[in-house]
Each structure stands twice: as C-alpha cells, then as structure tokens.
Design a protein around this ligand. Structure first.
Ligand code: 4AD
Ligand code: MG
Length: 462
C-alpha cells in the first residue's frame, strides 16, 4: 500500500480509510488489553496515535518499537475517543525498520536542554522543537522566493568563492589548495598566492552584493539567496560563521524604495509564516514564550517605525538607563542600543537610516551633508539588526575617492567601478540574514538553534 504522511491523514483522512504510515516512535504505552504507539514522521507538528490490540502479531512486535525506532504501521483510520487528536489508527500490522536501543538512544527521555541537543545536532531534528524550527525555516525560504518572483525579481547565483571583500572588513576565510606545511612566502614575508590554485588570494564570500549589483545593472531587479561566511570572532547568540543571506538589488531605486521593499518583504514573510506554520508557531510560543503568533500576525499588518541615526542617538542619550557602551554620535550602535530602540521605545521593528559614513561600508551613497551615508538597518526586537542595506554610490569619482580613503584595492576592483563608468544609475539593495529572521519569527534564543549545522568560532562538530 502506498505510504501516507501523517499531515495528509490528519488534514484529509476519512473514517474507515485503510492506511500505511511510516515514522519514528515518540512514545509507547502498554496495558493488558492494548497498547498505544505514538509516531511522528516529520511531515507536521502533530503525532499519530496507533492502537495495537493484545493477542495480535503486531502486539508481539512492541518490544522492538522503542522510543526512536523507525516503523511502518498499517491499519484503519478511526475517529479518536481520546482528547487532543481527531484520528487514531487501529493497527493491523507493524514493520520495524530500525530499533533504537533505550540504553543508549540519547533522545530516550524528553525535556533535554537546547544546549544538550546542540551537541547531538544529527538527532535533534526528531524533536518537537527542531521539527517546528526546520519546517518554519523551509516555509520562510519558500516565501522569500514567492515574494521576489511575484514582483519580477530574478534569482541570481553569485559566487561562493571570490577574490573580493564586499564589506571591506577583512573577515574572510581563505580558500587554498596550498600545502600549509610548505607555504612559500614572497620576500616581504607575505604568502605568495600566485602559487595557489587561483593564482590569487581567494576567499569564501561574505556577501553576494557586488556581483548582485552587476547583475542588477543588466536585469533590473535581482536577488540572491545563498550561503555567506564570516571569520568574525563573535561568540554571541546572533552570530554564525556560516549563514544564509538574501540580497535584493534594484536598478533605478533610492533608499526610500529600498526601505519600502524591506518592510513589504518582512511583512510578507511574517504573514507567510502565520499562514503556513501556525501549529509550529503555536508550539514554539507555548514552549518558549518569546514570539506570540498573534503579535506576528499583527506585525504583518503594521507600519514599521523609521528614524535617522542622528535621532536614534538623541533618543538613546535621553534614555534613563546606563548602557555598557556610552552613546555618542559616530559610534556603531551596539546590540544593547538597538534593543533599547526596538524593545523599549517602539516594541516593534524599526528602520534606522543615514548612519555616519565612518562606520559603514565603502559602497554606500554619500549624503549631501558630507557626514552620513544613505544606509538603512532594520532592527528587530530581541535580535537587533536583521537587515542591513543602502542606496549605492553611483558617482564614479566619489566611489573611487572613498575606496582610496579606505585603502581598498582600487586596481583589483576596476570591474566594480566600470558599473559607474558605463550606464551608472541610482540603485539600492539590502541583505537579510536568514537565520536572524528565523530566530526572530520562531522566538528561539540562540541562532545556533535555527540552522541544521551551526558553525561558529570553535564549533564545527562534523
Ligand atoms: O549588514 P551586513 O554586513 O550587510 C551586507 O553584507 C550587505 N552587503 C548587504 C547588502 O546590502 N546587500 O549583513 C546583512 C545581514 C545583517 O543585517 C544580519 O542580519 C546578517 O546579514 N548577518 C549575520 N547573520 C548571522 N551571523 C553573522 N555573523 C552575520 N553577519 C551579518
Ligand atoms: Mg550590517
């Protein structure tokens, strides 16, 4: 018989239907006359309860159906007498694919801490929490594409291995095939990358933006959605060394268009999560009490607050709290400052614009005041920065001047300057950190719990 998924049975099963369902045993309860096997197959948050009568061949197999075992259940769907579920299965046959020794199976007991589960990343997708998080992650990824495709943006694939440092922060992982025990250095002591695979110093990309820009200069509106890497020594609950980023880039667009796109985009994602993952969100809300489904639904309809960096600094200076990092015009806002704006003042996401040029990347458009750039960060409650973006400097002389001021390798980036030499136009874009989005929507406290295999300083278990 063809396999049914638990989600299908719970949403469109019918009484008396013959079914075959495969999954992993969540719990087993036995009494004299019958037993209950509760199974989950990952297709939805809910489990399916299977009743096994004593004296049947299936009942004799129960000792092998330990928590965690993989089984196939055949039987008939019946309306459930019990509370909490609409259907149960009256079991006629069980097939045991793989047992799980209760003496050693790490998920034998419930109620493990998230820290414990992080150490068994290969088993945690079988838990309620991680099932919920990863189904939510998948739905959000789908809605990313859905949003851009429905607006005529083209998905472009930017390189993972690159010779450019988009953010100019030097936080890159080197890609090399050189034998590290025999690296040749040139006379100054620097590594001689001309001996390397690409004959150049190559890295894992920190952002697809620069390549996104040249694609936008031909295709108009584009977006990337891919992995990015940062060798930043940040051991926090919101930093990963490998994370996914979505970077739209629009030709003929200003900072204002960029802000509108970011706001519509986030609201579309919030609404999509509520529409497709209500059981997951309700589970996470009950379990962790950080994100309320109703709040998320409301945010999807609300208007985001906007303020300039200069106004944000003024607000922070007035704040009746003592920050660890003192606030002054020109500082990079720290997480505590961002969270004061979102969690205390606005209690909602806020878009901060026009940051001092000294704390932002070289490619941002300089404002007429000579001090600030047309930058925008979207800050979210609990998380802080979730989106960073800007209008791009489209004037060749100003861009080149800024690159020289910041000692960037202007000669190697002539291709980027060509975009300002030939058919330059106002354009803008941003990057959404996908894990920060999933973290915000799910309410999970640590970004390491929203990606299957988190990478962070000192953390790469397999
Ligand atoms: O603000 P960032 O560095 O901006 C850029 O990379 C631009 N090139 C984007 C663009 O304009 N196309 O990074 C963008 C977002 C941040 O707002 C944050 O959400 C996320 O990427 N991010 C990280 N997420 C997890 N771990 C890290 N280490 C992150 N660094 C940035
Ligand atoms: Mg940023």
């Amino acid at each position: 018989m063809q396999r049914h998924k638990v989600s299908q049975l719970l949403s469109s099963g019918s009484a008396g239907q013959k079914i075959s369902v495969c999954g992993w045993v969540r719990s087993r309860r036995e009494s004299k006359n019958f037993a209950f096997l509760v199974i989950n197959d990952g297709s939805c948050q809910d489990t399916l309860q299977c009743v096994v009568d004593a004296g049947t061949p299936a009942f004799d197999l129960l000792p092998r159906c330990q928590t965690g075992a993989a089984v196939r259940i055949e039987g008939v769907l019946k309306e459930s007498q019990g509370k909490g579920q609409a259907w149960e299965v009256h079991t006629s046959a069980i097939e045991v694919f793989g047992e799980a020794d209760p003496e050693t199976y790490p998920l034998q007991k419930k109620g493990h801490t998230l820290e414990f589960l992080r150490d068994i990343a290969h088993l945690r997708p079988r838990t309620n929490t991680f099932g919920a998080v990863f189904r939510l992650r998948s739905a959000l990824a789908w809605h990313v594409h859905d949003f851009f495709q429905s607006r005529g943006f083209r998905w472009v694939h930017t390189p993972i291995v690159t010779a450019s440092d988009c953010e100019g922060a030097g936080e890159m992982f080197t890609v090399t095939t050189m034998d590290l025990t025999k690296i040749k250095s040139s006379p100054g002591g620097a590594v001689d990358y001309s001996q390397d695979f690409f004959k150049k110093h190559a890295h894992l990309t920190v952002s697809g933006q620069l390549e996104g820009e040249f694609m936008a200069m031909g295709l108009g509106d584009v977006y990337t959605f891919g992995p990015t890497f940062r060798a930043e020594n940040s051991n926090t609950t919101r930093h990963l060394s490998e994370f996914w980023m979505i970077e739209p880039e629009m030709a003929f667009a200003t900072l204002k268009d960029n802000m509108a796109l970011a706001e519509d985009f986030l609201k579309h994602l919030f609404a999509g999560a509520v529409k497709d993952c209500r059981p997951e969100l309700e589970f996470l809300e009950k379990q962790y009490q950080t994100m309320k489904v109703d709040d998320l639904a409301r945010l999807a309809e609300s208007k985001f607050a906007h303020m300039t960096y200069t106004d944000a600094v003024a607000e922070l200076k007035k704040a009746p709290v003592k920050f660890e990092f003192a606030v002054d015009w020109g500082i990079d806002l720290q997480s505590e400052h961002e969270r004061y704006l979102t969690d205390v003042i606005f209690k909602a996401p806020v878009i901060v614009t026009d940051y001092p040029k000294g704390i932002k990347a070289f490619y941002m458009k300089q404002n007429p005041d000579g001090k600030t750039v047309a930058a925008m960060d979207v800050l979210a409650p609990r998380i802080g920065e979730i989106i960073g973006g800007s209008q791009r400097e489209d004037r060749l002389d100003l861009l080149e001047g800024r690159m020289r001021e910041m000692s960037l390798p202007v000669e190697d980036m002539q291709w980027y300057l060509d975009l300002r030499r030939y058919g330059s136009c106002p354009h803008a874009g941003f990057g959404l950190g996908f894990e920060r989005l999933v973290q915000y929507v799910s309410g999970m406290g640590n970004i390491r719990d929203v990606i299957p295999c988190p990478r962070a300083p000192g953390l790469i278990s397999f």
